[in-house]
Write a protein of this length. Sequence first.
Length: 277
Amino acid sequence: MTSGTMPGPARIIALGNEKGGSGKSTTAMHLIITLIQDGNRVAALDLDVRQATLTRYLENRAAYAEKTARPLVMPTLRPIGDGDSEALKAALAELSTDHDYIVVDCPGSDTALSRLAHEAADILITPLNDSFIDFDVLARVEPETLQIRRPSHYAEMVWEQRKRRAIAKRPPLDWIVMRNRLSTLDARNKAHVAAALDQLAKRIGFRLAPGFSERVIFRELFPSGLTLLDIGARTADAVDQPLTMSHVAARQEVRALAAALALPSAKRRGAASVGNA
């Protein structure tokens, strides 16, 4: 095994939520670039063949890099055909041998591919818009008291895949729910959603991580395939665009999410190897 590689197979990170528009692909893209810039070898699987947002994001990035002659970092992209479970299994097995992380963008619906990805994942990230409309994907609540009535369809699906992992004697799934599109207004609703999430986290077993605020910049970067980590970074491939306060604040949100995930990186592993030599 070469220096700086992660021992054993790649860690699989799935982005899952059965409600569209939660920010799965945006989160996946920023996480991918964060991991690559941290020295990791990263593969990306797009299971949403209809929308293919992550695939389009990376295609835009490749086109921008070619047009501007900038060496933007890229993952190994592997789209998977609709309902092709055997292709997904083969891709996970193949990519796991020479990558540190595999990031899987799941469709916003309950499909066989999505279930397989949830079962295979070591880490599940569920972006959740900060409202009870989106909270309903995880649990039903009493309208008067906002107490949890019962887990909802998506939470039950995750539980089923957790049981399959346990039967296969695989390590427990690390499930992370991140609150996206946090508004600076409506503090009462934010407090109610936060309280309900805290209650639900203890009941069905996930941990909370900071998400992304409602910022136009996240949507503006898609046509060029760029992320906030490409703008104003002190790297050779940094994009020369002026940094605004909104950019800086949004980039801090990306870094806060990465810190909450506490993922080991090739750079840190390499430094540890040198220090122990």
